[in-house]
Design a protein around this ligand. Structure first.
Ligand code: NDP
Length: 360
């Protein structure tokens, strides 16, 4: 990850430079964790560029249904042709010593199969969110990784992102006092024909795809687990895109302390990802909060005013995320967002859908 001195000075002002210092100034680590990328789509491209900017990780294999695309990417990343696999011959990866871990970047309904096949091949697994499309699949993924003795991390990139971390650290320091309420949303206008609109591939609509950011954020901001749920769904669209998954979903979750989170997601309109946290002594607002870059934190409490645009640029979140997982692999540490974290969200997603009258 590279930052200008000015950007680094801003991170210092945020009190976050130390967190980044090793990746900013260290020489490349002696050990580079090798990743096989499974599914060469949009997020895989960003993840790979994040890995390229890291100190301790590299792309060493590709798994794709399109060999021509894989060959182009292999040339760019210095991956040998012999380390390109199809979905059918993926299991041969067991013999590839350059691959320590796989990154699963497939449509959601394929996550469980490839995570489990990777674990059986003795490879550590970092899997995109949502972890899978059912609680049972998540449990099978965790069991497969445990029995193979490999690590499993869910790619919740906001846990490795400075604006989100700063919001959490302000809340934990007591700056805004006892939390009372959270508002959060994330959504976009999805194009017809995308696999995300087909429940067989996606497992659900905007809730599992982008609403999950609000769900997960409400949990890491409060540090609590939600105990009750209410939800409404609606299909307003008239062009036939939403025959398989919901278009809009709004839900509320109540936490044990009494904090209520009001959340919304959509595939039918532009909904910038944000959260606003209301406390007894002030508020914190991250808007945008979930984009790849350009995040912005504002807060007011006890005479303090914060107005901090985040200068870090895409793919910084993917670099810190990959560095974290590689570090866990190299030093036998538990990832901050293990499979159990993805499983918890999947259980809450099932509760939210149940409250909305939809079965997962
Ligand atoms: P894309 O459609 O861009 O890429 C998915 C890739 O999966 C395809 O390019 C293809 O790769 C492979 N694939 C295999 N079978 C199919 C199939 N039947 N239909 C479509 N693709 C298939 O998706 P995204 O990259 O946007 O999303 C992939 C995963 O990443 C999802 O789980 C999503 O939720 C998650 N995601 C996470 C984000 C984050 O910020 N953390 C952001 C965006 C997505 P090939 O041609 O090589 O076979």
């Amino acid at each position: 990850m590279t930052l200008t001195r000015r950007e680094f000075a801003k991170l210092s002002a945020l009190g976050l430079a130390a967190r980044f210092a090793p990746s900013l100034f260290a020489q490349p680590a002696e050990r580079q964790t090798g990743y096989a990328i499974i599914g060469l789509g949009r997020i895989a491209a960003i993840f790979m560029s994040g890995v390229r900017a890291s100190t301790n990780s590299k792309v060493t294999a590709l798994v794709s249904g399109h060999r021509d695309k894989a060959l182009r990417i292999a040339a760019d990343y210095g991956v040998p042709e012999s380390s390109i696999y199809s979905y059918e011959d993926f299991d041969k990866i067991v013999a590839n010593k350059a691959v320590d871990a796989v990154y699963v970047a497939l449509p959601n309904s394929m996550h469980a199969e490839y995570a489990i096949r990777a674990a059986k091949a003795g490879k550590h697994v970092i899997c995109e969110k949502p972890m899978a499309i059912s609680v049972a699949e998540c449990e099978r993924m965790i069991a497969a990784c445990k029995s193979a003795g490999v690590k499993l991390m869910i790619a919740y990139r906001c846990h490795y992102e400075t604006t989100n971390l700063k919001a959490v650290s302000l809340i934990r320091s007591g700056a805004i006092g006892q939390l009372q309420a959270i508002e959060t949303a994330f959504g976009f206008n999805e194009r017809a024909g995308e696999w995300r609109l087909d429940k067989k591939l996606s497992g659900g609509g905007p809730l599992v795809d982008v609403g999950i950011y609000s769900l997960n954020a409400a949990r890491y901001l409060t540090g609590e687990e939600p105990v009750s749920f209410a939800a409404f769904t609606s299909n307003i669209d008239h062009d036939g895109r939403f025959t398989s998954v919901e278009e809009n979903l709004s839900w509320t979750m109540k936490f044990p302390s009494g904090i209520v989170a009001s959340c919304a997601t959509t595939y039918g309109g532009q909904m910038v990802g944000f959260f606003k946290v209301h406390g007894a002594d002030g508020w914190i607002d991250a808007n945008p909060a979930f984009n790849y870059d350009g995040l912005h934190l504002r807060a007011e409490y006890s005479g303090t005013v914060i107005d901090e645009p985040n200068p870090a640029r895409n793919p910084y979140q993917f670099t810190t995320q990959a560095e974290h997982f590689s570090n866990c692999i190299q030093n036998n540490l538990e990832p901050k967002t293990p499979g159990e974290e993805g499983l918890r969200d999947m259980r809450y997603i099932a509760e939210i859908y149940r409250a909305a009258g939809i079965s997962l």
